[in-house]
Design a protein around this ligand. Sequence first.
Ligand SMILES: [Zn+2]
Ligand SMILES: [Zn+2]
Length: 369
Amino acid sequence: MDSVPKTCKAAVLVEYGKPLEIHEVEIPEIGPGAILVKVLLAGICGTDVHQQKGELTIKSPLPNLQGHETIGQIVKLGEGRVKDAAGEPLAVGDRIMWAHADCGECYWCNIARDPVLCARRSGYGWAPPSALRGGFAEYEYVTPATNVVKVPEELTEEEAVGVGCAFRSVMAGYERLGRIGLMEDVVIQGSGPIGLYSTVVARESGARKVIVVGAPRNRLELAERWGADYVIDIEEMPSAEDRRQRILELTEGRGPLNVVEATGVPIAFAEGLEFIQKGGKYLILGQTSAATVPIMPSRINEKALTIVGSVSAHIVHFYKALQFVKTHRHKYPFAAIVSGHYQLEEVNEALANMAAGREIKPVIDNRGR
Ligand SMILES: [Zn+2]
Ligand SMILES: [Zn+2]
């Protein structure tokens, strides 16, 4: 039968800019509808690096427990929690992933019917350690209001972990963008996890040329394995004008009809406006900072551009991203996105390597515990 410990280890952010500390925290009571999982893999995100440094536009109260991209194995199911969001039965031992919980009671949830924009979402990765709603721990608490999906049996944890943040966001973004037409060109700005998943989705959408602009080399190599026809290394080509020329060269002088921004760098938006084709569509996925940059707004109406923004995702996008990985897992090496495995106690080293650009997707790996 399931054995639930009373406490577990968690890496806690006590002070912004200081290393996380390993604390022993109490495991909450698992009431009706709640779930307790053992954290198998917890992805570390660029957002975690900024959060730890206190650089995000929203600062969570301290102390808090980070980690918002977890694969958990069910240890205890609260009364009444019998199925996942797709109607599949849930049992102790199943592997699940989950979305932030929207409130179901606000204008955004019910009238706009866009729960990703819910003003009162209770999320994972920034709550107090006592709530145990973060992946940088041995166990994690999933609230009754949280939608969960099972990880398909054939997937390894490494193949699935990227769904927890980057891939579900990419799925949600492409849904807001609408179809990429057959034989349309797509430029992806950025080669981190969001750029990489944007690449493989563009490839499978029937695009003609998929061109990825990014760095460093190891990420661009993975972009090629995930379907990029051309990569432009910004370290080898640091001038935005040279990059624009190269992109025009590859697209009959017209530029791509679709551009996906996945850099997080504000100036990349201004750059994208310059090479996108007339009548084109621009999907903004990567921006998180409060910085401003000069742009030429006339580019937008004179070129008749459609600009689409998207943030985060809902459970449907987790489901679809997992199905995408399951469907195409023999075609693309999805597990290759995991660039480093760390013990929970090594979380500060993982964050430092992430900050230094030495990782693509590092993970905290609790499977041996
Ligand atoms: Zn993330
Ligand atoms: Zn709401």
